[in-house]
Design a protein around this ligand. Structure first.
Ligand code: GDP
Length: 559
């Protein structure tokens, strides 16, 4: 751990200049208050300036809860947020939300609640992967007439993986088909047992359109917030996160930030990732200029040099020179991170992430059908070892997606695909994030490998090397030969001796050899990226336009 001179100066309550001088006297080569010093030197100075570590903790003031609304598309997230905002307008003298800053503050019974507009659970987890946890409570919206849908489960698992308490809003209760019992039943099976059935999850029936049940929901949020005792020090060091950003023609770069600790003020000089600036003006969720924002409050800030990414930490620094230097360091760090492809997480890294007594290996399971998913889940649950506990953080049907990869990164999980593969640009993301992805077609192999992986000795019998992908643009029926696919090689290459996995929407529909590979009329051994070719497959005729041929070879691995 390193600390900057000015940070230590602040801690010790002495001017930075004095510290710099003191350090030089000690023979430590520092150039300015931006320089970093190591722990030992810092402790030496602490000793010198005699600050006792503060023993008794002062009771910090409560802060409003920050709530994120998630759920399946069309179940009413937007309508619900609108209905909630209207409640606030009724309580205020001046209504009218003039602009959206990506979050809004609602007052209910004299208490504040902050709602974040989430673009989706992927973005939610992406923020968490970057260390920016701003959400205290998740409201999971489920349409009571439709019940639990795939994205409901995904949202639920993302929220669970983040360890955030969940309140279920059963929406569309005005609909004739509304069946709240079914929703409670479905979600009970996923670990959200209702209070009324002896569990601890609050379910609130609402109709966003009719504005019914909104107050009950707000009441539930305040109750859960009270139990969590959300506290923060408004006078402590600033910690805030960007949740949204944009470039405005007139105002320049704008960033909405939520303060976690401390207070952000107009005039503050801040570093936001690789950009920085002096906060020239701040606006609240109603577009009004404000001078400061305390814990949990969302504000849009103006004055940054550049548009920062969502999830970036906002830090306060003493002056513009420091800001520039720190931002430059961040830029370097990002550059370096981009240069080296991240190594795959090792078993030790995966297991050490948990902090539980018994190390936990988090697993994300994806399979081609609900039936096979269940079979794989059961098989994985049966794998037992004394040393490691297996935890399925998400299980779903369909291809391995960016969302799965982001969740794997945030939860330090491995991804297991059964009869499914990653599609398109997800391959690149997997590489970037260093996620371990294991895919199988036979449950027995899967169970074997996972068990071996846990023993820290995963040695595939054969190692597979993916060579490239070709997209089927047209299909032809050739007499006596069968169906031939007119393909375009989208990346890598296709080789005549390779094997092919036929992917349809990320699901493996066949795995076979190549029977023929042609450019125009000629048989060829290899076709490179950017070229068209004709491919015939061994024993597989059911080729469809839009199928992806994943071409690979197997390499024997000794051991
Ligand atoms: P989102 O995709 O989750 O943000 O869903 P929206 O808020 O856009 O709502 C999807 C559709 O459901 C819209 O046509 C809404 O008018 C409708 N809707 C939302 N809430 C209710 C409700 O409580 N009752 C009824 N009947 N319809 C609703």
């Amino acid at each position: 751990m390193k600390i900057r001179v000015y940070q230590l100066a602040k801690e010790l309550g002495v001017p930075s200049k004095q510290l710099v001088e003191e350090l030089r006297k000690l023979g430590v080569d520092v150039t300015s208050h931006q320089s970093t010093i190591d722990d030992e030197t810092a402790d030496l100075l602490r000793e010198l300036f005699k600050v006792e570590p503060v023993e008794e903790k002062k009771v910090l003031p409560l802060r409003p809860p920050v709530v994120t609304v998630m759920g399946h598309v069309d179940h009413g997230k937007t309508t619900l947020l609108d209905a909630i905002r209207k409640t606030r307008v009724a309580e205020k003298e001046f209504g009218g939300i003039t602009q959206s800053i990506g979050a809004s503050v609602v007052s209910y019974k004299g208490q504040k609640i902050v709602f974040v507009d989430t673009p989706g659970h992927e973005a939610f987890t992406e923020m968490r992967a970057r260390g920016a946890m701003v959400t205290d409570i998740v409201v999971l919206v489920v349409a009571a007439d439709e019940g639990v849908m795939p994205q409901t489960i995904e949202a639920l698992n993302h929220a669970k993986a983040a360890g955030v308490p969940i309140i279920v809003a059963m929406n569309k209760m005005d609909r004739p088909g509304a069946n709240p019992d079914r929703v409670m039943n479905q979600l009970s099976n996923m670990g959200l047992l209702p209070e009324s059935w002896g569990g601890d999850t609050i379910y609130v029936p609402v109709s966003a359109i009719k504005g019914q049940g909104i107050e009950d929901l707000l009441e539930a949020i305040l109750l859960v917030a009270e139990l969590r005792e959300l506290r923060a020090d408004p006078s402590g060091p600033l910690k805030a996160f960007v949740i949204e950003s944009k470039l405005d023609k007139g105002k320049g770069p704008l960033a909405t930030v939520i303060v976690r600790e401390g207070t952000l003020r107009v005039g503050d000089i801040v570093v936001v990732g690789s950009t920085y600036g002096k906060v020239r003006a701040m606006f609240d969720d109603a577009g009004r200029q404000v001078k400061e924002a305390g814990p949990s409050m969302p504000v849009e800030i103006m004055g940054l040099q550049d548009v920062p990414e969502a999830g970036t930490l906002v830090e306060r620094v003493p002056d513009m020179d420091t800001a520039e230097a720190v931002a430059e360091e961040h830029r370097d760090a990002v550059r370096q991170a981009h240069q080296k492809v991240r190594k795959e997480f090792t078993l030790e890294e995966l297991l050490s992430a948990t902090g539980e007594e018994k190390p936990v290996l988090n697993i994300i399971l994806k399979a081609d059908t609900a039936g096979s998913l269940e079979a794989v889940q059961n098989a994985v649950r049966k794998i037992q070892t004394d040393e490691v506990e297996l935890m399925i953080v998400h299980a779903g049907v369909g291809a391995i997606t960016d969302g799965d990869v982001i969740l794997a990164e945030a939860s330090k999980a491995i991804i297991i695909g059964f009869n499914v593969r990653p599609v398109g640009k997800t391959h690149k993301l997997i590489e970037e994030k260093g996620i371990k992805v294991l895919t199988y077609r036979i449950i027995y192999d899967l169970v074997d490998d996972v068990a071996n992986f846990l023993k820290g000795m995963l040695k595939p019998r054969q190692e597979e090397v993916v060579l490239g992908h070709a997209e089927v643009r047209r299909t032809f029926r050739v007499p006596r030969v069968g169906v031939v696919a007119g393909c375009y090689v989208t990346d890598g290459k296709v080789i005549r001796s390779g094997k092919v996995r036929v992917l349809r929407n990320g699901v493996i529909v066949a795995e076979t050899g190549i029977a023929s590979l042609k450019r125009f009329k000629d048989d060829v051994r290899e076709v490179a990226q950017g070229y068209e070719c004709g491919i015939g497959l061994e024993n597989f005729q059911d080729i469809k336009e839009g199928d992806i041929f994943e071409v690979f070879t197997m390499q024997e691995v000794a051991g």
